[in-house]
Design a protein around this ligand. Structure first.
Ligand code: ADP
Ligand code: MG
Length: 702
C-alpha cells in the first residue's frame, strides 16, 4: 500500500492539508482559509471559488473524477452522494469544473433519511454545507477516486438533520465557558479553548468465509445464537498477547491507510476476547477526532475485506465473552497547549484545575441520565450493566488521591493534606524509573479520571461518538455555568480569585457527592447504594431514551442553542424507531434460522439416531437421547411460537414508545428463549450435520 516510504512522508498525503493548500492556493487565500480552520473565523465566501479550484486541481493529481459532500445523518453512520467534475466550456468541450458554490453547499434528496417526523416527504429538501475545519480528502476505493468534503446537513427550513451541527454548537458552548474561566484566573495569553478527544476503538475480526455462512452476522452484526466453546477467554491469554501474523498484516495495511488520511493511529493490540483487537489514535480536537473515528470504522471494514476478514463492530457479537466498546477520552486544552485537566504535581494548589473538576462533577450529577441516554442503542444494551462493561449507572471515579483531596476540601481542612506520594517506581538500578499516574485504574467505572483526562467508557463500539460528546460538552457547559455564576461576581473586585474559587468548588463538592464512587461498579451492593443515592439506572434503550425529552434536558439543549424541543422529540423518535426495527429484524432472523437451519439439523440427527436405535433394538441410552431430542424440538417450536406472538403484538401496537418497550421486555425474552433452545441443540447435533460455523471456529481461526 504505502510501499516502504516513511510514515512521516505519507501522513496526510491524500488530504487537502497545509502543503496541498500552499501549493494550490494563493498566499492571501491560504491565510484566510487557515484563519477559518485555526481560529474558527467565518468563511469569506469570496474565497470559495479559489479554494474550490485549488482543491479540484489537487484532487485531479490523485485521479479524482468526482466530488461528494460527506455527512452524518442521525441513523447509520455517514452518507455521501457523488457528482462528477464534468462540465462543458463555451465551445462545448468537456472540462473538469468545481465551483465555490459546489464546495460550500450541495442538495442531496433528504426524503429517505430519518427526520423523526419533522419533515414530510414531499418537502424532502435538505442540504449539506462544507465544514472547513475538517480537511477534505480523496477517497480511493477500487477504481473510484472521489474528492470528499466533510459537511453538516440541514433541512431547507433550518432544522438539524445530522450529528455534526449539534456537535459544533455544543463544542462552542463549552469552549466559550472554559475560556471565561481561564480569563477569571488571569490568563492573558490563551486565545481559545478546545475540547480534545481520543477514542479507543475495539473490534473483532473473523474469517469472511465464516461470516458469509452466518446470516445473523450478515444482517444483525451479531450471532443470535451459538453454543459456548470449551475454551473461550478464561485463560486470558489473548489480552496484549503477541498478535496473530494475519491480524498484524491487516493492522499494517490499516495503519498505512489511516496515515495517508492524516489519521494519527498510535496503538494496536489484542484485546481480552479471542480475535478481539483495539486501535487507539493520538487525541485531536473533538470535531476532527469524531470525523476521523467515523473514517476509521469505514477504512477498517474495507481493509478487513481485502484481507479475507469480516470486521465486527457490534457491541456484543458473541454471547458469553467480552463485547466491544469505544472509550471516549475527553479533555480540554487552551491554545497554548495547556491541558485544563492536568492536575500538575500539586493538585491542591491548582485551583483552576479544581474548578474544571467541579464543573464535571456538577454536570454529571445533574445530567448523568443524559450521558446514559447518549450511548443507548440496541447493541449497547448487551454491554452496559453486563459483567465486563461499565454499569448503566453514571458515576465518577477520581482515584485515591483526588478523592481524598475533595473530601478534605469539603471539610475545609485540605491545607494539612500531603502532596501525592512520589510518583515513580525505582525498579532496578539499571532501569529508568517509571512515572506512575496519580490515579489507579478502575475498570468498573463508566467515567474515570485517568491522570489528565476523563475516560467515558460506556460508548458502544459501533456508535458515532458525536452523541456522547455532545452530551458531555453540554453537561460540562452546565457545570461551568454553575461555577461561573458564583465566580464572575468577583471579577475585577478581588486581587486573587483562587480563595473565592476554592469556596465555590467546596460548595459544588458538597452538592455532588452522590456521583462519586471509587468501588466496584459491577457489585450488587453498588446497585443498591446507587438507588439509595437517587442515581438514574435505565436498564435498556427505550427506558434510557426517554431522557432526551425530559424537561431538564430540553432546557439544557435549548439554553445552549444546540437542539430545539422539536428536534429533541425527533431525535427520540428516530432512536426509538431504529431500536424497534433492529429488534424486529433480530426476532425474524433468529426465527428463520431456528426453523430452517437448527430444527432440520436436529431432525436429521434424530433420524440417524432413530435408525441406530432400530438397528440395536431397545437401547436405553438411545431411547433416552431420542426423547431428549424430541423435547428440544418441541422447545424450538414453542419459542418460535412465542416470537410470532410478540411480533404480531408489536406490529399491531400504534405507539412507538410502547412498541419499543414491548420489544425490550417480551421481545428480548423471546430472543433469549429461541437462543437457549438453539444452543442446546447445537451442543448435541452430530458435527457432520451442523450447518453453521461455531463459536470455536469463528473465534479462534483467522
Ligand atoms: P490510557 O492508558 O490512560 O488509556 P493512553 O495514553 O493510552 O492512556 O491514551 C488513551 C487514549 O486517550 C488515546 O487515544 C489518547 O490519545 C487519548 N488521550 C490522551 N490524552 C488526551 C487528552 N488530553 N484529551 C483527549 N484524549 C486524550
Ligand atoms: Mg484507556
Amino acid at each position: 500500500m504505502n510501499g516502504k516510504a516513511p510514515l512521516s512522508e505519507t501522513f496526510g498525503s491524500i488530504t487537502f492539508n497545509r502543503q496541498a493548500m500552499m501549493k494550490h492556493l494563493s498566499k492571501a487565500v491560504y491565510q484566510k482559509l487557515r484563519d477559518v480552520i485555526d481560529n474558527e473565523e467565518k468563511l469569506d465566501e469570496q474565497i470559495a471559488d479559489e479554494v474550490a479550484h485549488g482543491m479540484k486541481e489537487w484532487a485531479l493529481t490523485l485521479g479524482a473524477t468526482h466530488f461528494c459532500h460527506w455527512f452524518q445523518p442521525q441513523r447509520g453512520v455517514t452518507a455521501e452522494k457523488h457528482d462528477s467534475f464534468l462540465a462543458f466550456d463555451e465551445q462545448g468541450a468537456p472540462i473538469e469544473r468545481f465551483s465555490g458554490r459546489q464546495l460550500i453547499q450541495s442538495e442531496p434528496d433528504a426524503s429517505s433519511f430519518p427526520s423523526g417526523g419533522m419533515r414530510s416527504t414531499f418537502e424532502a429538501r435538505g442540504y449539506t454545507a462544507w465544514d472547513p475545519t475538517s480537511p477534505a480528502f480523496v477517497l480511493q476505493s477500487g477504481r473510484a477516486a472521489t474528492l470528499v468534503i466533510p459537511s453538516v446537513y440541514l433541512s431547507w427550513t433550518g432544522e438539524v438533520l445530522d450529528m455534526k451541527t449539534p456537535l459544533l454548537r455544543a463544542l462552542k458552548a463549552v469552549e466559550e465557558r472554559a475560556f471565561r474561566v481561564l480569563k477569571l484566573f488571569g490568563n492573558r495569553t490563551a486565545k481559545n479553548v478546545r475540547v480534545t478527544i481520543g477514542p479507543e476503538q475495539e473490534y473483532f475480526l473473523i474469517s469472511k468465509d465464516f461470516f458469509n455462512r452466518r446470516p445473523d452476522l450478515i444482517y444483525c452484526g451479531r450471532t443470535l445464537f451459538g453454543a459456548a466453546s470449551a475454551k473461550q477467554q478464561q485463560m486470558e491469554d489473548h489480552y496484549f498477547g503477541s498478535i496473530n501474523p494475519k491480524a498484524l498484516d491487516f493492522m499494517a495495511d490499516l495503519d498505512a491507510a489511516l496515515f495517508e488520511r492524516g489519521i494519527p493511529a498510535k496503538t494496536r493490540h489484542n484485546e481480552v476476547a479471542p480475535n478481539q483487537f483495539e486501535l487507539a489514535p493520538i487525541f485531536e480536537t473533538a470535531n476532527l477526532a469524531i470525523d476521523h473515528n467515523l473514517q476509521v470504522m469505514e477504512i477498517m471494514r474495507q481493509t478487513a475485506e481485502k484481507h479475507g476478514f469480516a470486521l465486527l463492530l457490534h457491541e456484543k457479537p458473541f454471547a458469553g465473552i467480552n463485547g466491544s466498546g469505544k472509550h471516549m477520552n475527553f479533555s480540554m486544552s487552551d491554545s497554548d497547549g495547556r491541558n485544563l485537566f492536568e492536575p500538575g504535581t500539586a493538585p491542591k494548589k491548582n485551583v483552576q484545575f479544581l474548578v474544571f473538576l467541579a464543573a464535571i462533577l456538577a454536570g454529571v450529577d445533574k445530567y448523568g441520565g443524559l450521558l446514559r441516554a447518549a450511548v443507548a442503542e440496541a447493541g449497547n444494551d448487551h454491554r452496559l450493566g453486563a459483567n465486563e462493561a461499565p454499569p448503566a449507572i453514571m458515576s465518577l471515579y477520581l482515584g485515591g488521591y483526588l478523592d481524598r483531596l475533595l473530601n478534605e476540601i469539603e471539610k475545609g481542612s485540605f491545607d494539612k493534606m500531603e502532596a501525592p506520594e512520589a510518583m515513580s517506581h525505582e525498579l532496578l538500578k539499571s532501569l529508568p524509573s517509571i512515572a506512575l499516574d496519580n490515579a489507579d485504574r478502575n475498570r468498573t467505572s463508566p467515567i474515570a479520571f485517568t491522570g489528565n483526562k476523563f475516560e467515558f467508557r460506556a460508548v458502544g463500539s459501533s456508535q458515532s461518538i458525536a452523541e456522547p460528546a455532545i452530551a458531555m460538552c453540554l453537561a460540562v457547559a452546565y457545570g461551568l455555568d454553575r461555577l461561573l455564576e458564583r465566580l464572575e461576581k468577583f471579577e475585577g473586585k478581588v486581587a486573587d480569585i483562587a480563595p473565592k474559587a476554592l469556596s465555590v468548588v467546596r460548595d459544588v463538592v458538597k452538592e455532588t457527592k452522590r456521583i462519586r464512587f471509587e468501588g466496584n461498579g459491577y457489585s450488587p451492593e453498588w446497585h443498591k447504594e446507587a438507588a439509595k443515592r437517587g442515581l438514574p439506572n435505565a436498564k435498556n434503550t427505550p427506558e434510557a431514551l426517554e431522557t432526551f425529552v425530559q424537561k431538564d434536558v430540553v432546557e439544557l439543549y435549548t439554553k445552549y442553542g444546540v437542539l430545539s424541543k422539536d428536534e429533541l422529540h425527533a431525535k427520540h423518535e428516530i432512536k426509538l424507531e431504529t431500536y424497534v426495527k433492529l429488534k424486529e429484524i433480530e426476532l425474524r432472523q433468529l426465527r428463520e434460522l431456528a426453523v430452517t437451519c437448527v430444527a432440520p439439523a436436529l431432525a436429521r440427527h434424530m433420524n440417524s439416531y432413530g435408525q441406530a436405535s432400530a438397528l440395536i433394538g431397545g437401547s436405553k441410552v438411545l431411547k433416552a437421547r431420542l426423547s431428549e431430542y424430541g423435547a428440544l424440538m418441541e422447545e424450538v417450536y414453542r419459542t418460535t411460537g412465542v416470537t410470532d406472538e410478540v411480533l404480531a403484538k408489536s406490529l399491531a401496537e400504534p405507539s412507538l414508545e410502547k412498541r419499543a418497550k414491548l420489544l425490550a421486555s417480551k421481545g428480548v425474552e423471546a430472543l433469549e428463549g429461541m437462543r437457549s433452545a438453539c444452543d442446546r441443540i447445537e451442543e448435541v447435533v452430530d458435527q457432520q450435520l451442523w450447518p453453521l460455523p461455531k463459536y470455536r471456529e469463528m473465534l479462534f481461526l483467522l
